[in-house]
Design a protein around this ligand. Structure first.
Ligand code: NAP
Length: 304
């Protein structure tokens, strides 16, 4: 079995930053990722709030981070982590393909797109329903789309799509947005963006592909809107259930840990969006990555 000082689960901003710090401290590091590197930020067309970058695409940011970690010596494998076994001073990280032994684990596995839970939703993915505007937006050039959600993802998706689609309906269940006011202002200035507030999507109508959505307002009035695409951006859910026995999670499934990123299991740390915390931003994910790595390094050195 291959042996590492630190195995990091997830190659998003938190995981890759942790890898950079751990490699610079001469630790043997493996990063495991189930999808593509970059995590959620890869879907953000334009990052404007990361210190020292006035504009950078999420893809470019993630790629630079990935290359930086790899150039510093991090090994990065694309395998799904099934389970982590805590054997005290040694942890065994089991993937679909391999088992890896290590002294410390950093969980930086982020979260998954939340679904609306409507009939047809899963079946229409790739046929009108999408969770990623930067991945699929180009298919809707000159067409009508809806974006659902009121956070930064929905706002940024709506802005991105307004430059491609003829019409963007931004649907949100309240009349106040959770996302940044500056983006709301930009959207209000767009001629082809229509806000539909205090409303929820109640039905997806489709033949071979999505044809229209039904939107119910808070008084129960239903409006049918013809759209070619629906971009669902209603947040994320963590996927920590069953990863390690006895790992303490909060009610929403996030890993309980303070600012020091220590979980309740000795030698297991958590960084980024999967940690229970108030502010989930790119900068707080990279910050967590640095802290988790420093704490893991300290933990390993104390055992040598
Ligand atoms: P979010 O901030 O959790 O927002 C989710 C939105 O979806 C909320 O407006 C919520 O409504 C709505 N929602 C949740 N469940 C719903 C349902 N079942 N039906 C209808 N609407 C529902 O998620 P996010 O926008 O994906 O952002 C996640 C984190 O990443 C946030 O911390 C965000 O700031 C950050 N982020 C940052 C950037 C950036 O810094 N450039 C870019 C993207 C994301 P309510 O408001 O009513 O709860």
């Amino acid at each position: 079995m291959k042996q590492y000082d630190i195995v990091i689960v997830g190659a998003g901003p938190a995981g890759l930053t942790a890898a950079i710090y751990a490699c610079r401290a001469a630790k043997k590091v493996l990063v495991l990722e189930v999808k593509s590197y970059g995590g959620q930020i890869i879907n953000t067309p334009d990052v404007e709030n990361y210190p020292a970058f006035d504009h950078i695409s999420g893809f470019d940011f993630a790629t630079k981070l990935y290359e930086q970690a790899e150039n510093l010596g991090a090994e990065i494998e694309f395998e799904r982590v099934k389970n982590i076994e805590d054997r005290g001073n040694e942890k065994i990280v089991k993937t679909d393909e391999n088992n890896y032994a290590c002294t410390a684990v950093i969980l930086a596995n982020g979260s998954e797109n939340r679904r609306l839970g409507l009939d047809n939703e899963e079946a229409l993915v790739g046929r009108g329903v999408s969770y990623c505007a930067t991945c699929d937006g180009a298919f809707y050039k000159g067409k009508k789309v809806a974006v659902n959600g009121g956070g930064n993802t929905a706002l940024e998706d709506a802005l991105y799509l307004s430059n491609l689609a003829d019409m963007v309906y931004l649907i949100h269940r309240r009349d106040e947005f959770r996302g940044q006011e500056a983006t709301v202002k930009q959207l209000k200035e767009k001629q082809n963006v229509k806000f539909i507030l205090n409303s929820k999507i109640s039905k997806l109508n489709a033949g071979k592909k999505l044809e229209s959505i039904e939107v119910k307002d808070k008084n129960g009035k239903v409006e049918k809107i013809e759209v070619d695409g629906l971009f669902v951006a209603i947040g994320r859910r963590p996927e920590n259930e069953g990863l390690i026995k006895l790992l303490k999670l909060d009610d929403a499934g996030y890993v309980v840990a303070g600012e020091d990123c220590h979980t309740n299991i000795l030698g297991v740390f958590v960084a980024g969006d999967s940690r229970a915390k108030e502010v989930r931003q790119l900068v707080t994910a990279t910050s967590d990555g640095a802290i988790a790595a420093e704490e893991a390094i300290k933990y390993i050195n104390e055992r040598k």
